[in-house]
Design a protein around this ligand. Structure first.
Ligand code: NAP
Length: 524
């Protein structure tokens, strides 16, 4: 990477919308407490009392940026332009001035104004998308002699936009801020430090930022490992649609922290169609400075991952190919791709460990699988592979029959049965692969009438992990059955991904604790 790189660390900057002097000072103090290096005072609605505005920048507990963003650039200031610039000038001349004053490139170009102070940020924002003249804007900022810092912000339409933001930072000859707004743009905010941006913006509280997609300062520090990010940090994430509520960033980032691995794990939303998946993958993999090294892939992209890796000449774990879905992408040092499925192995091992048997010992055991969707498919394939005899009970019998036909004879035996045959079942292991009993419907259970054979010798595994103890598991425990929560499967599939990416065992206690905290549980 060529271009300009600030010697100092990228500054974590909390943007504060100013409504009053004391509120803004209190917010700035809280931002500093939470680890902000800078604050940006957005004075858009605090321009009537110039003395108070000057007082604010002089009393700020941390170095500050002063910005009065006009409505025509997405801000809230709708007053006179000359009054706005007069106030900026006054702020610049304060005995303790802001370190930077932000002025829009359009304002700078429109009038022959004297830019305030010697810490001028020239900025450009587009809340609709990438401006067509983005590169001309960059050139104009680069050539403006008073411009100390270039700031480019635009709404990302896909994850691909982040790459251009990174390229702008890497190529710039002045300190640069390049940020993509919105959910797709979060990587540009979190990875600003990896690419040596002058600063990134964060909000004081989650969901409260001054621009779409801002992450809170605490999330930046704790969840996304801000302090640990280096130019060499490897990038991972969860690819799906939607991914906003995924627990995977919390789990994997905590794992990276606990093991000291130089990685960061991000949400990576990709709309459902294969074309989106492929285009995003290609752009992220092709941009080598990103160090994109792996992803958890979830609904609706588990099939897309297999197709993509096959098209790119990568390798596919045989059982993942047989299941028809992969949940893990691993990118090797030489850039080659590998797709695997850690869900089925997690389910197998959770059951084997609970029974204190090996996978091979599953041969001939009778397993009742409830449901015939994606999770059931992975579990049926895996247990059949080790020779179990499986009955698939499903609401829609046709789907159970299709699933059985697919895997019957693949070492084990698989048959289908309607859901109402369940009470007559004589299986040793029952696995729920439906969402029945999942939060918020916690009073539901997929087994309304228990088979008489369910006793101390029976294992009941619910793939649901929210709640950790479902009604199914509670009732199974009352009958003396051995129970396994979906939490086991969830943490084990994540642990297998972690191991593939880092070549280190995952800190299981940390994973378990993070999931329990997220689900509002403490202790076992
Ligand atoms: P899916 O593909 O949508 O399949 C859902 C299955 O549940 C279908 O067979 C469906 O029956 C059945 N079902 C849904 N609602 C039902 C109802 N009210 N009554 C009877 N049957 C019903 O979903 P999936 O991806 O397989 O996921 C299923 C569950 O597995 C999830 O809810 C999740 O809790 C769990 N899971 C856990 C993990 C983990 O790591 N612990 C991982 C993956 C999945 P029809 O065929 O009749 O529609």
């Amino acid at each position: 990477m060529g271009g300009y790189h600030v010697a100092a660390m990228t500054k974590l900057t909390v943007a504060i919308m100013v409504h009053g002097l004391e509120q803004a000072l209190a917010d700035a103090a809280r931002a500093a407490e939470r680890g902000a290096d800078l604050v940006e005072f957005r004075l858009d609605q605090f321009t009537d009392d110039a003395d108070a505005a000057v007082d604010l920048v002089m009393r700020s507990p941390v170095p500050c940026i002063a910005t009065i963003r006009p409505t025509w650039e997405g801000g809230l200031y709708d007053g006179d332009e000359s009054a706005r610039q007069a106030l900026m000038q006054l702020l610049a001349e304060a005995t303790r001035p802001p370190v930077y004053i932000d002025l829009e490139l359009a304002a700078y170009q429109r009038q022959a104004i004297t830019p305030p102070g010697d810490g001028l940020i020239l900025s450009s924002h587009d809340f609709q998308g990438r401006p067509r003249d983005l590169l001309q804007r960059v050139a104009a900022m680069a050539e403006a002699p008073e411009c100390r810092v270039m700031k480019l912000a635009w709404a990302a339409r896909s994850l691909r936009d982040n790459i251009e933001a990174f390229e702008l930072i890497a190529a710039a000859h002045k300190p640069t801020i390049a940020l993509c707004m919105g959910e797709f743009g979060q990587p540009s905010r979190i990875l600003a430090k990896k690419f040596g941006a002058l600063l990134t913006f964060a909000s004081l509280e989650p969901g409260e930022g001054t621009a779409p997609g801002q992450v809170s300062v605490e999330q930046m520090k704790r969840l996304y490992r801000w302090d640990a990010i280096t130019p060499g940090t490897k990038v991972y994430g969860v690819m799906g649609w939607p991914v906003g509520h995924s627990m995977s960033p919390a789990i994997h980032n905590a794992g990276f922290d606990a093991t000291g691995f130089d990685g960061v794990y991000l949400p990576m939303p990709i709309p459902p169609q294969y074309e989106h998946f492929k285009a995003t993958m290609i752009s992220w993999l092709d941009y080598k400075p990103l160090d994109f090294r792996g992803a958890s892939v979830t609904i609706p992209h588990k099939q897309n991952l297999l197709r993509f890796v096959a098209e790119q000449g990568g390798t596919i774990e045989p059982l993942a190919a047989r299941i028809g879905a992969a949940n893990t992408l691993t990118v090797a040092n030489d850039g080659s791709l590998h797709a695997s499925n850690t869900d089925y192995a997690a389910a197998l091992d959770a059951v084997c460990d609970a029974m204190d048997i090996t996978r091979e010992d599953l041969a001939g055991r009778r397993v009742g699988v409830i449901g015939a969707g994606g999770a059931a498919r992975a579990i049926v394939a895996a247990f059949a592979h080790y020779g179990a005899t499986i009955v698939v009970y499903n609401r829609t019998p046709g789907k159970a029959e299709e699933l059985a036909a697919n895997f019957n004879g693949h070492i084990g035996k698989v048959v289908a049965a309607p859901l109402d045959h369940l009470p007559k079942s004589c299986c040793e292991i029952f696995i729920n692969c439906t969402p029945i009993g999942m939060h918020p419907n916690v009073d539901a259970s997929p087994i309304a009438t228990w088979p008489a054979c369910a006793d101390e010798s029976t294992v009941v595994f619910d793939t649901i992990y929210n709640p950790i103890e479902t009604k199914l598991l509670r009732e199974a425990a009352q009958r003396g059955c051995t129970t396994i929560s979906g939490l086991e499967m969830f943490t084990r599939q994540a642990a297998a991904q972690f191991q593939q990416w880092t070549s280190q065992p995952a800190p299981m206690d940390v994973f378990d604790q993070v999931v329990r905290e997220r689900l509002g549980h403490t202790g076992r």
